[in-house]
Design a protein around this ligand. Sequence first.
Ligand SMILES: Cc1ncc(COP(=O)(O)O)c(C=O)c1O
Length: 469
Amino acid sequence: MAGPRVQPLSPSDLLPPQPGEALHARVARSLRHAVTQGHWPQGARLPGHRTLALQLGVSRNTLVDALGQLETEGYVTSQGRSGTRVSAPLGQGPDHPPGPLPLSAWARRALAGQDEDAGGTYEVDFRVGQPVPELYPEAAWTQALARRAGQSRAGAEALRDPLGPAETRQALAAYLNAERGARITPDMVMLTGGTQSALDALARVFLEPGRVAASEVPTYSGAWAALAASGADVVGVPVDAQGLEPAELPPEATLVYLTPACQYPTTVTLPFARQRAVLDWAARCGAFVLEDDYAADLHHTGRPPAVMQGLAPERVILLGSFSKSLAPVTRSGFVVAPEAVTRVLAGTRPLTDRVPGVLDALALGDILVSGAYGRHLRRARQGLRHRHEVLWTALQAARPDWRLTPARAGLHLHAALPDGAVALEVVRRAAALGVALTPVPGTPDAVLLAFAHLDVPQLRDGAARLAQL
Ligand SMILES: Cc1ncc(COP(=O)(O)O)c(C=O)c1O
């Protein structure tokens, strides 16, 4: 069968190369373009390989590779001695410019709820959310990872458990029971890729449009955004000098998010009487308390307060993260929940990330059991305490008009500005002096200063610059 022939090609018909693209891939892309744009009609017979290679100025091998690729994709069909024909499905017209993406309501809410990164580089950058390389227990973590990675069957069993390796959950439960006054069995623990993924999983399981979630205000914007992305109505519960005000908790909420050990961002610890009041509210309303214990391992002095989970394991869902206390590159954390909740989380997880990062999880279990994590924390806390002290002293001298809250844990200081000061204006004037500060969303008269990632001369330099505001 003769059929139509295609127009002869020339080297100028090759599309411009893309970075790193092999020549045969470029030839394939150009021929595919000829078919999809209708330059080569359906059923047309291609010239022989040698002729086509000559027309395009490429070797015969390159051309054969490219045609093989097109044949696999169904654009051409090789018919032995009678040559190769165009066989692209009819109706494949020219490319259309892409229109707006058909985003889901969840994606639209998620994108709208995120903080913009202001960017910029500064002589002294006090902004929160920066990794602290000094907190990385390099030797212990490298050893634990290497040992587990070297075991050829590492984690084979754990890959079947959506909660994560049983031995790590056991080590974590033992650690939290011994160190934090928790009441946990390994079956209540699910390992996660950090607190953010825990919040996302819980929001998907418990929230939807028409439901109500409560959260401290001001709060960690990552938590608020995850709850709000569910479509639930997120109600802010005010925070005063002691933390969340329990009397303001809405009775219709399915859950409340809070940071009792070290309120984010004010850093105050919720007094025991208020913790009890929150738990009474939860019991009365049938709500869950999401206890974000993000700073517990970063307590500067003494022991961190016991977790609320130990007071009411049936009402409290405890969230923890190792992404700061261990290594910025380790996306590692956990959820502790009543077993009925953990079973639901385990049942829904296969649809998202199946299982947590098993290698990291096994290494984490090892450094918990060996005591290496505890030793690392003792060293890290000393460093944090020292930097906190340096910034506190230097800032008090530089800005006696700012009211600083002494942080007993965590990586930043909270500064309340004097009456009449506007945080955004202070942030702008500080930037002109080469200093970056973080404003507190929803609080017009406070700023945050992260100290843990800066060395002593930088901390003093930053405070001295702020004296000139
Ligand atoms: C209040 C609060 N919770 C949790 C986290 C940690 O989240 P992740 O484990 O996702 O890094 C942070 C980190 O900035 C935080 O500030």
